[in-house]
Design a protein around this ligand. Sequence first.
Ligand code: PLP
Length: 391
Amino acid sequence: MKDQKTGFSTLCVHGGDVMDPQGGIHVPLYNHSTFGFPSTQALLDVVEGRKEGNFYTRFGQNPTIRAVERKLALLEGGELALAFSSGMAAEAATFLTHCKAGDHIVCIGDVYGGTFELLARNLPNLGIETTFLLGNEVDRLREAMTERTRIVFFETPTNPNMEIFDIGAVAETARGAGVLTVVDNTFASPANQNPLALGADIVLHSTTKYLGGHSDLTGGVVIGPKARVEPIWPWRKNLGQIMAPEVAYLLARSLRTLTVRVRQQNATALAVAEFLSKHPKVLKVNYPGLPDFPGHAVAARQMRGFGGMVSFVYDGDAAATSAMVDRLGIFTIAASLGGTESLVTQPITSTHHGMAREERERRGIVDGLVRMSCGLEDTEDLIADLQQAMG
Ligand code: PLP
């Protein structure tokens, strides 16, 4: 693609590509762990950073990995992207780079169960403590930050209650205290929301979800300005967290269809949310596209689409909710999201199974909560499936 201003879908298809020497229309899969040099001097030029080149794949010096990183950086409007073996690897490297023993993180609202475990159980062993604010405590952010706070971290929409936070407002408060704002944009995907443009310092994703889009790869990415992202590189290298070249190739393939997938998932999720909001067995629907959802106004301002994730509270105890989930025929019971197939999970049995009951209840992760990832099946079939399962 020649250097010209392009729209998001064009970047999904062409962004980051360079001409393959053989004329292939995409950057090919370089499945090599190491690369050869014609001379010691040529090797030293790369090792000593005088020339960009490929030395060793674990370092990220691999054309296939670099190509997908360029595409991801363009999709989030960031200067630099680093690809990881998983979303958790991307998060861990970001925290370890920007915090050291004695430092502090503020985490706002619900987060993925694994993120909560990393912040609450693993990082304290290294002397990095986290203060967790509930979603309705976001106005306490200023007082929650101390002189040791380095990062304010959140998802928006959140997992699993779909809470919405005003990225620009949070980032402004954090910046005022010299603190970095890191946003996990996994649920929205860059097709619906670009946190860097709204004021965040770093955006990260589990590419396992919408970016991969087919439930057939595991990966992560961190994107932002060079000054924030480049220091993460040695951690990725030395912790051995690089995305495999095969995965990078598959991810680049998937990113070409990101817009059309997400557009359809947005439309289906809205239709499903509207259906659920009228159903007598549903106590509450969490979907930012519904006009009466508490985060709707902010979401409408900062998102281009409201996403493919919907959660709701079923009028039943844990067992009755599981029985309803078990009656679903098209939705598959699975913990992940963002793929072509619709998935359903009861968070207390999966993503938040490891969280103590009191902590879950404080966060509204109740026994009857059901989370759905709307895929690319016919919308009417998904609604009919819910109808028959709920009676
Ligand atoms: N962030 C969010 C919002 C997630 O839902 C997940 C996984 O479910 C992760 C991060 C972690 O990603 P991964 O499973 O690729 O490590």
